[in-house]
Design a protein around this ligand. Structure first.
Ligand code: HEM
Length: 405
């Protein structure tokens, strides 16, 4: 730990209910804080953005999982070693380029009607019910359905091992408190998933279709550009990332419920305000809590000395509420300029590959929700689950009336 740098109270479950007030208080007086492991946390937008996008700090590698107790040979270790998130330079570009085209904004805009269709079908099921179990009824299934369409897998293909994956949030293996139980469950789930994805690829080789799975399998076979492990991890990373979209969607519904005037604005003119609703929710409640970076060399940064390889934690919620970038940052306001980007998708070479899919899903999902559900009220005061890597509400139940018209 570094002396005279404030420490984030990560061991306190109450901190997780409102970490933003802690960031606000610390940011007013300090340039950086540190987490429980002594990793420096930049508190201001400029420092955080520079640390994520620059070459001076680079993405942490497999050591993040090793700090959480995963060892070489563990399925999680094998899986993550093949992820683009831990690659740099030519390897990173080679693997990332295989999926960039498929996930382009143009392609994602083309599937918006499909997203709306799924959203309305889910909302049809709760018509007249008066209450919405947000995660179960809407926020979890919608991104999953969109993802299944996009990847070209059906419900039968999804059952089996992906059922095991849905019981564990793999992202939590990067969180601050990883228990032996979580490690065991994650290793088991990811092994099943890897075996299953290998079978799916084999199936598409025998019966090619016009889907991403076939496209990736052929890219490997025809161009030899991806290893078997990279192919498996790329597919399951894309599939698993739908959980982040679910997290932001649930947060958006929470904030629209807490701010009826914002919900009314969106309901009144969804085409005009859906982008603002999406970007503001991303800013206000980032899904991923922190991006782990490390110093690329011995250097001075944020007025401190760093050794090569020394880890830092870029806490997205701290950067996203810096008053130097956003006026009244603690206010949820869908009327903000949506082109002022937050740090929620990262920045630079590792910028989220699925941002266009996530944005298309969130914009359409929030707009459909506001159009269909009026008179919103919280059934319970939801709690944020502590000690995880991804912001998650324990249970969010919203009362609503069917909107007229
Ligand atoms: C709201 C939803 C999402 C959020 C908040 C989110 C956030 C992030 C963040 C913070 C990163 C790391 C960026 C960095 O290190 O600079 C990332 C990387 C990534 N995301 Fe997302 N993500 C979301 C949805 C998705 C979706 C839907 C997909 C797939 C379709 C996806 C695929 C990826 C991939 C493959 C990477 C690794 C990129 C690389 O290392 O080059 N994400 N995401």
């Amino acid at each position: 730990m570094r002396e005279s740098i404030p420490v984030l109270p990560i061991d306190d479950p109450d901190y997780w209910q409102d970490p933003y007030s802690v960031y606000r208080r610390l940011r007013a007086e300090h340039r950086v804080a540190q987490n429980d492991q002594g990793h420096v946390v930049p508190l201001h937008w400029n420092d955080a953005a520079w640390a994520v996008k620059g070459t001076d700090f680079i993405a942490e590698g497999i050591e993040v999982l090793e700090r959480r107790g995963f060892r070489p040979g563990d399925p999680m270790h094998t899986w993550r070693s093949n992820a683009i998130g831990v690659m740099e330079g030519d390897d990173h570009r080679r693997v990332r380029s295989r999926a960039t085209g498929a996930l382009s904004k143009r392609n994602m805009d083309a599937i918006r009607p499909l997203i709306r269709k799924h959203a309305h079908q889910l909302l049809d099921r709760i018509r007249g019910a008066g209450t919405l179990d947000v995660h179960k009824d809407y926020a979890a299934p919608l991104p999953r359905l969109v993802m299944m369409d996009f990847l070209g897998i059906n419900a039968d293909e999804l059952s089996g091992s992906f059922a095991a994956m849905s019981r564990v949030n793999i992202v939590d293996c990067f969180g601050p408190k990883v228990t032996p139980e979580l490690r065991a469950a994650a290793n088991e789930a990811i092994q099943k998933s890897m075996d299953y994805v290998a079978k799916l690829y084999a199936k598409r080789r025998l019966e090619p279709r016009d889907d991403l799975l076939t496209h990736l399998a052929q890219a490997k076979d025809l161009e030899g550009e991806l290893t078997h492990g990279e192919l498996i991890t790329l597919f399951s990373t894309i599939f698993g990332s739908g959980a982040s979209t679910s997290s932001v969607l649930a947060s958006g519904i929470l904030e629209l419920t807490r701010h009826p005037e914002q919900a009314a604005l969106l309901r009144g003119d969804p085409e005009r305000w859906k982008k603002g609703a999406c970007e503001e929710t991303l800013r206000y409640r980032p899904a991923i809590i922190a991006i782990g970076q490390k110093s690329a060399a011995d250097q001075d940064a944020f007025g401190l000395r760093f050794g090569a390889g020394e880890p830092i934690a870029v806490v997205l919620g701290a950067a996203n509420r810096d008053p130097e970038r956003w006026a009244e940052p603690e206010r949820y306001d869908i009327e903000r300029d949506p082109t002022v980007m937050s740090l929620t998708f990262g920045m630079g070479a590792h910028f989220c590959l699925g941002h266009a899919m996530a944005r298309a899903t969130l914009e359409e999902a929030l707009a459909c929700f506001a159009l269909r559900c009026d008179g919103l009220a919280l059934e319970n005061e939801p709690r944020w689950i502590p000690f995880v890597a991804e912001n998650k509400l324990d249970r969010l139940i919203v009362r609503f009336e069917d909107a007229k018209g």
